[in-house]
Design a protein around this ligand. Structure first.
Ligand SMILES: Cc1ncc(COP(=O)(O)O)c(C=O)c1O
Length: 298
């Protein structure tokens, strides 16, 4: 099955897909992106991803190059053409192609690219079962991490530094000593009394879609939540800690080498991970089969 990419209205073999070398995304990281989960063959949570995409575009004064309806159809078509059952859809919109100049000319046609790929759910499930370690680093990103731009160099360097030290994720810590978020995840802790704590939305963090869904799940299930910044020390002393992204919830079992609680994934983390998977599965034609797939049992 050849992989198919979408490039400015064309569905092309992945290996032959390309953009112009003067694309402003390539030269200036002048663009935005979304990563959307595919579960049971469906593109899930399209509405909140579309809303965030439009916010990010507005933040950079870039227009959607095609109608929202056409974009939604193209997203589904890319997923179908690639026959991905469990994986991710990557969507990127840059300001367009122009002779290199920091200031942009009016009237550029934004470039729209989409790819998708399968993700082995067994590996994801193993990660979630075991938990991961994180390493804290000084926050050194620009002042608008709430805009999902493709300008990700600090995130890339932080993630790489974490990985080369044997950790899975980096947590950025702001000048006041509070965790902002992970290099590609939102950060959470569970306090001794079972209260979920995560940083409130502001310009300092990306409004994660998984974050918003977990807050809905917590409200539905009567789990107490406080949207408040926390320090690495608070996290180390917490009952549980975890990270979220579109891919799911992963328990954090160590921070800067210090074990969280007993070093095993916490009960509430595992309960919420399953609730998030159920939320995805409920958007598909066969929720039971999708749940098995998400849990790596397909
Ligand atoms: C910096 C950052 N924070 C948080 C997230 C989680 O967002 P979502 O739940 O929408 O995947 C991501 C996802 O890529 C991210 O890059």
């Amino acid at each position: 099955m050849p992989r198919i990419a979408y490039v400015n209205g064309q569905y092309v073999p992945h290996h032959a897909a390309g953009v112009a070398i003067e694309d402003r995304g390539y030269q200036f990281a002048d663009g935005v992106y979304e990563v959307i989960a595919i579960a049971g063959g469906e593109v899930v949570d399209m509405d909140p991803h579309m809303a965030r995409l439009k916010n990010s575009l507005a933040g950079l004064e870039i227009n959607l190059p095609i109608s929202e309806a056409a974009l939604r159809m193209a997203m589904l078509r890319v997923a179908r053409l690639n026959r991905v059952q469990f994986g991710i859809l990557y969507l990127q919109i840059s300001r367009g192609v122009a002779p290199r100049d920091h200031a942009w000319a009016e009237g550029l046609r934004p470039s729209l690219v989409m790819t998708c790929r399968s993700v082995p759910m067994g590996k994801m499930a193993a990660l979630a079962e075991k938990g991961v370690s994180v390493k804290t680093m000084p926050e050194d990103r620009w002042a608008r991490p709430d805009i999902k731009t493709i300008s990700l160099l600090p995130n890339v360097l932080a993630k790489q530094a974490a990985r080369s030290g044997g950790d899975y994720e980096a947590w950025f810590v702001d000048g006041d000593g509070y965790v902002t978020e992970g290099a590609s995840t939102n950060a959470w802790i569970v306090e001794g009394d079972g209260t979920l704590v995560t940083r409130p939305l502001s310009r300092a963090i990306l409004p994660g879609i998984a974050r918003s869904i977990l807050l809905e799940v917590a409200a539905r299930d009567g789990i107490p939540v406080r949207e408040e910044a926390f320090t690495p020390e608070q996290a180390k002393g917490a009952r549980e800690a975890f990270i979220t992204s579109t891919g799911g919830l992963v328990p954090v079992t160590a921070i800067d080498g210090d074990v969280v609680a007993n070093g095993a994934p916490g009960g509430l983390s595992l309960q919420l991970a399953a609730a998030y998977q159920q939320h995805m599965a409920d958007q598909t034609a066969n929720p039971e089969a999708t749940m098995r797939g998400l849990q790596g049992q397909a």
